[in-house]
Design a protein around this ligand. Sequence first.
Ligand SMILES: Cc1cc2nc3c(=O)[nH]c(=O)nc-3n(C[C@H](O)[C@H](O)[C@H](O)COP(=O)(O)OP(=O)(O)OC[C@H]3O[C@@H](n4cnc5c(N)ncnc54)[C@H](O)[C@@H]3O)c2cc1C
Length: 385
Amino acid sequence: MSSIYDTIIIGAGIAGASSAYFLKQKGEKVLVLDKQGIATGGSGAAGAFVSPKIGKGGPLQSLTNEAFVFAKNFYLEHFPHCYHQSGVVRIPKDEADAKKFAEYEPHNENSYSRWDAEKLKAHRIKVPFESFFFDEAGACDAPETCTALLEDIDVQICAIEKIFYRDGLWVCIPAQESGNEGSSAYQAKSIVLATGYENALFDMRYMGVKGTWGTRGDFRSQLPMKVSMHQSMSVSANINGIIRLGATHEKGVKEPKPCEEQQALSLKNNASALVDTSDMELVEIFCGMRAGSKDYFPLVGKVIDVATMLERYPAIVRGAKPELKYIYNLYICNGLGGRGFVFGPLMGKMLADLVVDQKEPDPRVNSDRLFLKWCRKSPELDDIR
Ligand SMILES: Cc1cc2nc3c(=O)[nH]c(=O)nc-3n(C[C@H](O)[C@H](O)[C@H](O)COP(=O)(O)OP(=O)(O)OC[C@H]3O[C@@H](n4cnc5c(N)ncnc54)[C@H](O)[C@@H]3O)c2cc1C
């Protein structure tokens, strides 16, 4: 007889690892399943910069900056060895962008100072435009962070092909036991889907999760860079002789593919406008999918029973707003986009508050927000509209 868990989390990236951490803190017996292991999806590729969002304000900027404060405090308090608090300089792209920075400044919600051309030069940064330096920002070591979050939590490598609810428990069927619904390999009261860009286990079309492929390169260098920086790409501080350059946004990539050296070298080429790259030697390439939602906000919540809603309330596709029906004890933590290591801890906490205490997530991230609009507008439902 297999053991029965309170919650099984499918996916051991930063979303799954953060969810597992906070569920365990609440006393849950947790199992994490991943088809390849810890931080092997998008999270393994991340340069894992953790910095605030700049701009003209608005809900996504406020949420990102709240999540940033939560994340850096969380890493510093619980996992200081995983967080390199180098500070991050945000540098305008050109003269026009430098003018926009003046408009952004009143919306800087986190600790920062202004760096002029002289200060930038003193830090070996070639660009002369006045920039913002966020001293509390930095970068995580991505696999190390996910591994640390999962310490003392049961993690198993297993590709899950199907999940279903039977006799009061969720059952996860591994791919190698395909078709064997009598299997009781993994059972739990609740399931959390933290599967990144892959969402084949349930009908979650309304969340519109899509992957954006990206590449990052680690370069050996003697350049004594003490701070990290971000312009249209990121350059990390020099940590133990390695500078991380990230990341590309490669459009049209639907499925994972082997990492390409040419993409990593293009990052070095772009970085040469910011710093001296002459001694940088490529040592390792990482690539993966960032899983983002339709509206760029994260997704934390219960999974709606789409089939039942459409069948029971056909007028929903023309604007009716019936009460939502959920799939019992099935949850999601996803859509962290290009900021998994910023959003991960706060979203993991909200997820655990929902699963254990039935506390609804912040409406900005509650995945319910996308459902009724999807029913009204999605071309996928044109035939029944
Ligand atoms: C090149 C690159 C650079 C990035 N840089 C940064 C950065 O600087 N800062 C930052 O904060 N974020 C960054 N990100 C974004 C960050 O990596 C993502 O936000 C993060 O990966 C999202 O984590 P996740 O846990 O949702 O998904 P993932 O990390 O993709 O994890 C999903 C996991 O689910 C598993 N899985 C899926 N289906 C199944 C199944 N059926 N059975 C078992 N397992 C399954 C997969 O194997 C995978 O490990 C970057 C991403 C990329 C690609």
